[in-house]
Design a protein around this ligand. Structure first.
Ligand SMILES: [Zn+2]
Length: 71
């Protein structure tokens, strides 16, 4: 997404994939999926679809991945 000057100071809201709670993007951990596993991209420099989870939900990630793999 292009950087809109008029939106300076705007903090995007993202949902945790595990608990679905919505938080500021900066409070969540961004990652993306490779066949080999989860890769964290904390600087969000990789141009791909990012997923987010809150730090407290780290333990719930394996369950989420399993559920996702079934669909
Ligand atoms: Zn969460």
């Amino acid at each position: 997404m292009p950087n809109m000057n008029s939106k300076a100071g705007y903090i995007p809201i993202r949902s945790c994939v595990v608990c679905k709670k919505r938080s500021a993007q900066t409070a969540l951990l961004p990652f993306f999926l490779l066949p080999a596993g989860i890769i964290y991209d904390l600087a969000r420099k990789i141009n791909t679809r990012h997923y987010y989870h809150c730090p407290a939900c780290l333990a719930g990630l394996p369950k989420w991945r399993k559920k996702r793999a079934k669909n």
